[in-house]
Ligand binder design. Structure first.
Ligand code: NCD
Length: 317
């Protein structure tokens, strides 16, 4: 396989905010090469034979966890898995415990999902391993944004100049923030759309447009990324909208609305989908939806991230 001689500017993937445009381009190009590998009858390369990766999941996850594990195995890495239920553990204790576990296991790379924003930054200060953030609370979810950008580029030829609207619970979504950074760095225009209560007050300072009317937002965009309402992260004492039904009526995407738009937009969703809430089944399963492509591309993109971080680690030592 062809190798690039220029590496990433970072040792860890804590968030898209830390990446340069060049880093993102490099990851997407490397993902192209791995996507080709994944289409072969033997989908495995020996690139990471001497590398041990620990997957530490303190929050529930299905696709992200499977996707990372598959990516690591396709690269021939040794993999150890650790999970804890997020609700009962205290932040400080858990992370200190984690540090000690990792030090004892002598792992080279850690993939971590945690409910506390900044958990990976904390970990990075205490251990020598490379760290990949697989989602830290409401903060960032960098590999999701990278696979989203990859999927847009694959479908539309490029991300540069495209108009992308992110719809729904922007306040509690880590996918939204990472997507905003990533799409902007790649030269796309970004809009967020949702009820006022689910959009952070000063979000315009990030350079995004804000639109509360879904139809107007969809008429503007080339791509709509529909987010799940993050009920598990919302403050239970606050009512963000009158009822789920009301939310769906105003911000749900159904086939009638999709078909009434002036152009054929691309529909995305990071999963898990709540069918009938933010998106109807016929939209999720339509030919305008690239939801399953996103999942497929997730493996190649994560392979690229792991591979490139392992390379930059090698060059450091
Ligand atoms: C997202 C997450 O966990 O942040 N899901 C994912 O990683 N595939 C989005 C979500 O949970 O709604």
């Amino acid at each position: 396989m062809k190798e690039s001689n220029q590496g990433l500017s970072v040792q860890h993937l804590l968030g898209i905010k830390d990446l340069k445009r060049n880093d993102i381009d490099l990851i997407l190009q490397q993902a192209d090469l791995f996507k080709e590998v994944l289409s072969r009858p033997i989908k495995k390369v020996p690139s990471l034979r001497d590398v041990t990766v620990a997957n530490l999941f303190f929050e529930n996850s299905t696709r992200t966890r499977l996707s990372f594990e598959l990516a690591e195995k396709r690269l021939s890495a040794d993999v150890v898995n650790f999970s804890a239920s997020g609700s009962s553990v205290k932040k400080g204790e858990t992370l200190v415990d984690t540090v000690n576990n990792i030090l004892a296991m002598k792992v080279d790379m850690v993939v971590m999902r945690h409910s506390a924003p900044g958990a990976c930054v904390f970990l990075q200060r205490h251990i020598g391993a490379s760290i990949i953030n697989a989602g830290d609370g409401t903060h960032e979810h960098p590999t999701q944004a990278l696979l989203d950008a990859y999927s847009i580029r694959e479908k539309l030829g490029s991300v540069e100049g495209k108009k992308v609207v992110i719809v729904g619970d922007i306040t509690h979504s880590r996918v939204a923030l990472s997507n905003i950074y990533c799409l902007q760095k790649l030269g796309a225009e970004v809009m967020v759309c949702g009820p006022t209560t689910l959009i952070p007050k000063h979000i315009q300072s990030l350079g995004v447009k804000v639109e509360h009317n879904l139809r107007k937002a969809l008429e503007w965009c080339d791509v709509a990324n529909m987010l799940r309402i993050q009920l598990e992260r919302q403050d239970e004492s606050v009512r963000y909208f009158p009822s789920l039904r009301e939310y769906t009526m105003q911000y749900g995407l159904d086939k009638k609305l999709l078909d009434s738009l002036p152009k054929k937009i691309v529909v995305m969703h990071p999963g898990p989908i709540n069918r009938g809430v933010e998106i109807t089944s016929d939209v999720a399963d339509s030919d305008q939806s690239i939801i399953l492509e996103q999942v497929e591309n997730g493996v190649a993109v994560r392979m690229a991230v792991i591979y490139l971080l392992a390379q930059s680690r090698l060059h450091k030592h």
